[in-house]
Structures are given as structure tokens and as C-alpha cells.
Write a protein that binds this ligand. Structure first.
Ligand SMILES: NC(=O)C1=CN([C@@H]2O[C@H](COP(=O)(O)OP(=O)(O)OC[C@H]3O[C@@H](n4cnc5c(N)ncnc54)[C@H](OP(=O)(O)O)[C@@H]3O)[C@@H](O)[C@H]2O)C=CC1
Ligand SMILES: O=C(CO)[C@H](O)[C@H](O)COP(=O)(O)O
Length: 491
């Protein structure tokens, strides 16, 4: 077994956890001229990194965590890249015991922001900086340039920022990294990034399903449709990924790869967190929620089998799209529905960030978030430039739906979007994210909502009270159980 004994305290920063993300992040840092200390619980991973990549830059490997900490220059910076939860907690505790006031511990995993807030407060009391940092881009991004979303103090960003900005993706000469805000702001923004990722993927999947199930197109034809959408406002990494996946032939069956894959979508939890958090904050994120539920429904094997065997097929009838022109129009309408739904999904995600930012006093620059998502991350897309411009023009934008660029786009796509949602329902092809995104727009644009009826129902069965249109500040109740049913003003 190799015995690493670092002798000097010169490393610019260190990485703990040399799995898929940590090893590639360490290599990216070393390639950019930073001296990087590396440590992994299982020594074999550290040895493998040194065997394969030592010549890419200056690494300082350590077999013991204490040696790792000793190899860092002051104020020390240690980036943790391990699984969220108990693993991250254990590494933070061990590092904190070895570090000194002014040192910086960075959690770069996908951690729930409430854990980050709790840890930041606890470590602050010990004089340590704790930075919750979102990193997106997968294995390739970590190595070649991810999108980086650090939270924590401005002071810690002064030390960390230049190093992080040097290794992040760059778009139009600007780094895809910025200080998001204090304590849990970085992890919150990364969580919502992933929620939007879920919604975007589900919307693309629904578009594929409609082209296949309603228009009767082959997988190869659909791959070509997605390829052409790259030359449009839908241009994005996820559209590229989709084109690649749909273009693959399965070597074993000779058929489309997508038909050889079990149709049960996995998830590691960030979509659930985004949805749960939105519910707690009282923010509507139906596209993200439906995308998360759709993964759950796809994985509900027992329920799917039972319902499929029950043959609940009544009324499901795809329209005839035999004529090439009719099919062409349908493809164009699906594209419109996808674009409209995508605008709605991003509006929901940004609303969730804005709400949390206000609640916690983070002062997140929403335009800057769209800017740092333009490169490196999974949701990178041309479309994000429009979001940045929208917030630059009107920083206090109440909803992205009202930014002139998106309001006029919605005007253009809404008619086709409505037809697609109706057609999906009539054909019996599930399109929950398309439908819920449309309902979201309709809810927000409605003059009156049936919420007034719900208030009446709540008052009837639980004396939960209501406000009157002509006295919105007053609190009212009807004595429903008394024969005369008198309205009383309670406050
Ligand atoms: N994979 C991806 O695309 C992305 C992942 N992330 C996040 O990055 C983090 C790491 O993910 P990834 O690199 O994929 O994971 P891997 O499974 O590849 O690596 C996990 C690492 O965590 C270490 N580890 C696990 N438990 C402990 C523990 N109790 N104490 C010390 N070290 C421990 C492992 O060490 P050992 O070798 O000893 O087991 C290993 O180095 C996660 O939080 C993930 O959510 C973020 C963005 C994208
Ligand atoms: O963090 C990421 C990207 O930034 C991962 O791609 C994401 O965690 C994948 O999540 P899931 O396994 O739930 O689809």
C-alpha cells in the first residue's frame, strides 16, 4: 500500500471524496495550475488518481485526513464531494475538528439546503466558514468546466471565487460561477436547477411520446425532429442528449435503444426536495411536481400492471394523422407546446428561488443564475440568455411569464399548446407536465379563480373564515349551522 506523507502546507485547496465528481473536480483544478491536496476514505481511489493523472498538475495526496489538512495553505479550503446525508456529515465533523478559525469547508455535493443552513450556523460558532456549493455538469462537466453555485459568506468567496471561476465553464468570456448568496443559497439554487432539469426532461419525454403515440412516427423520425429543433429557441443540451439517445440502435435487438430500456425512471431525490420545498414555501411548481410524480408513476410497477390488466381504454382515440400535412402541423404544434411549457416550468423554478431569497434575505440575483446556467450544467440552453435579459431589464419581475420576450412567445404558442393538451387527453396519451404547465398559465391569467368557492367550503365545515372582495382586510364567517346563516365580521 502506498504511504503518502505530505511535508508542506502549500496546497491551494483540497478535495475529499475522489469518486466520479470529486476526482474530476480535483483534476480540473490541477489542470488549471492550482496545487490540489486529495484524500479519499478508501486509499485505493487516491492511488488510482495518482497512478493515472499525477502528471496533469500538482497533486498532494494524503492517506490520513490529518495529513490532508496539514498539507493545505492558510486559510485552508477543503472541498467535500461525497454523498449527501450521513456521509457528508461525518466528513464535515472530522474536518472541523482538524481545522482552525478562518478556514473554509465546502460541501459540493447535492445537499438539502436546510442541512446547509444548520451546518453553516454551527460551524460559524466555531469560527469556520461553511460553503454549500452546487456543482452541475456530471462527470464531463466536473472535468472540463461545470456550472458552480457557491453559497456562504462573501469573505469565503473572496478566497474561493477566483479558483472556482477558473475551472467553471465559460460562456461569452464569462465564468459560469458566481457567489449566489449567504448560507444555504447555493444549495437551494442547485436544488431548483435539478427540479427544472426534471421538468425539462419530462416535457421532452412527453413531446416524444406524443409524436410516437399520436402521430405514429418512428423513433428514427422523431430523432430527426429533435435534431431540427436544435436550430430553434428550443436549442439546449437536453435536446442534444435526447437526439443522441433516440438515434441509438440497440446492438442486441437491432431495434431502437429506447425500446430496450425498462420504462421506469430513477431519481436520487432532488426533484422531491424541490417539490417538497415549494409546498412548504407555498409556491406553485406544477411542472416540476408532475415531472417528479411521473418518475414515481413510471416506477409503480404493481399499480401499472393492475390498471393495464383492467383495460381502462374507453374513449381513448388518437386522431387520424395520415396526411403528411396533418402530421407536419402536429409536429409544429408539439414544438409550440414544448416551448410554452418550458417557459412555464422555468418561471416556476425562478419563482421558487425568488420566494426563498426573500424569506431568507439572500438577495439572489436571478439574472445571474440564468447566466451561470448557460454553460457546464445539464439545463444549459440558448433560452437562458432571454431569462438573463428579462431580469436585467426588470429586476423586480413578478413572473417570468410577463417578461416581454416570454409574453409574446406565449401569445404565439398558446393556441397550439391548448390543441396538443386536448389531443393528448382524447388520445389517452399522458402529458401531465404539458397539461399542468398550461393550467398554471391559465390560473395566473384568470380574473377570478374558484378558490373563492374553496374558501366558502372551508368556512362551512371548519369556520376557517374568509375575506370579502369589498373588505379584503376584514375576516368573515357565516353561521352556516344556524337556520338564519348570518354573516359575522370577526376581525
Ligand atoms: N454524479 C453526478 O453526475 C453528480 C453528483 N453530484 C453530487 O456529488 C456527490 C458525489 O457524487 P459522485 O461523485 O457521483 O459519487 P461516487 O459514488 O462516485 O463517490 C462517492 C464518494 O463519497 C465517498 N464516501 C461515501 N461515504 C463516505 C463516508 N461515510 N466517509 C467518507 N467518504 C465517503 C466515497 O469514498 P469511498 O471510495 O471510500 O467509498 C467516494 O469517494 C454527491 O453528493 C452527488 O449528489 C453532483 C452533481 C452531479
Ligand atoms: O445533479 C445533477 C446534475 O446537476 C444530476 O444529474 C442529478 O442529480 C441527477 O438526478 P437524478 O438521478 O435524480 O435524475
Amino acid at each position: 500500500m502506498t504511504s503518502f506523507t505530505p511535508a508542506r502546507s502549500t496546497a491551494d485547496l483540497g478535495v475529499v471524496g475522489l469518486g466520479v465528481m470529486g476526482a474530476n473536480l480535483a483534476r480540473n483544478l490541477a489542470r488549471h495550475g492550482h496545487e490540489v491536496a486529495v484524500f479519499n476514505r478508501t486509499l485505493a481511489r487516491t492511488e488510482r488518481l495518482m497512478d493515472r493523472y499525477a502528471d496533469e498538475g500538482t497533486f498532494v495526496p494524503a492517506a490520513e485526513l490529518a495529513d490532508f489538512v496539514a498539507s493545505l495553505r492558510r486559510p485552508r479550503v477543503a472541498i467535500i464531494m461525497v454523498q449527501a446525508g450521513p456521509a457528508t456529515e461525518a466528513v464535515i465533523d472530522a474536518l472541523a475538528d482538524l481545522m482552525e478559525p478562518g478556514d473554509i469547508i465546502v460541501d459540493a455535493g447535492n445537499t438539502l439546503y436546510t442541512d446547509t443552513r444548520r451546518r453553516e450556523e454551527a460551524l460559524r460558532d466555531r469560527g469556520l466558514h461553511f460553503v454549500g456549493m452546487g456543482v452541475s455538469g456530471g462527470e464531463e462537466g466536473a472535468l472540463l468546466g461545470p456550472s458552480i453555485m457557491p453559497g456562504g459568506t462573501a469573505e469565503s468567496y473572496n478566497r474561493l471565487g477566483p479558483m472556482l471561476e477558473s475551472i467553471s465553464a465559460q460562456v461569452d468570456g464569462a465564468p459560469c460561477c458566481t457567489h449566489v448568496g449567504p448560507d444555504g443559497a447555493g444549495h437551494f439554487v442547485k436544488m431548483v436547477h435539478n427540479g427544472i432539469e426534471y421538468a425539462d426532461m419530462q416535457l421532452i419525454a412527453e413531446a416524444y411520446d406524443l409524436l410516437r403515440g399520436v402521430a405514429g412516427m418512428s423513433v428514427a423520425e422523431i430523432a430527426e425532429v429533435f435534431r431540427t429543433w436544435k436550430d430553434s429557441e428550443l436549442d439546449s443540451y437536453l435536446i442534444d442528449v435526447t437526439t443522441e439517445v433516440l438515434s441509438r440502435t440497440d446492438p442486441a435487438t437491432g431495434g431502437p435503444f429506447v425500446d430496450a430500456v425498462v420504462d421506469a425512471a430513477g431519481q436520487k431525490g432532488t426533484g422531491v426536495w424541490t417539490t417538497q420545498t415549494a409546498l412548504e414555501l407555498g409556491v406553485a411548481v406544477p411542472a416540476i411536481a408532475e415531472a417528479t410524480f411521473a418518475r414515481a408513476a413510471s416506477s409503480s410497477a404493481g399499480a401499472r400492471l393492475a390498471v393495464r390488466n383492467a383495460s381502462l381504454d374507453a374513449g381513448a382515440q388518437p386522431p387520424a394523422l395520415d396526411e403528411p400535412k396533418a402530421r407536419e402541423e402536429f409536429v409544429a404544434a408539439v414544438k409550440d407546446a414544448l416551448y410554452g411549457s418550458k417557459i412555464a416550468a422555468y418561471a416556476q423554478g425562478f419563482d421558487e428561488i425568488a420566494t426563498a431569497s426573500q424569506l431568507y434575505g439572500w438577495q439572489v440575483d436571478l439574472g445571474a443564475m440564468a447566466r451561470i446556467w448557460r454553460g457546464g450544467c445539464i439545463i444549459r440552453a440558448r433560452f437562458l440568455d432571454d431569462i438573463t435579459r428579462a431580469y436585467d431589464e426588470e429586476p423586480a419581475l413578478g413572473s417570468l411569464l410577463t417578461a416581454p420576450v416570454f409574453a409574446s412567445a406565449l401569445e404565439a404558442v398558446l393556441p397550439a399548446w391548448r390543441r396538443i393538451v386536448a389531443t393528448a387527453a382524447l388520445a389517452g396519451v399522458p402529458a401531465p407536465a404539458f397539461a399542468s404547465s398550461l393550467a398554471y398559465v391559465d390560473q395566473l391569467r384568470a380574473e377570478r379563480l374558484p378558490a373563492a368557492l374553496i374558501q366558502g367550503q372551508r368556512d362551512f365545515f371548519g369556520s376557517h373564515t374568509y375575506h370579502r372582495v369589498d373588505d379584503p382586510e376584514g375576516t368573515y364567517h357565516v353561521t352556516w349551522s344556524a337556520p338564519e346563516r348570518v354573516e359575522e365580521k370577526w376581525a
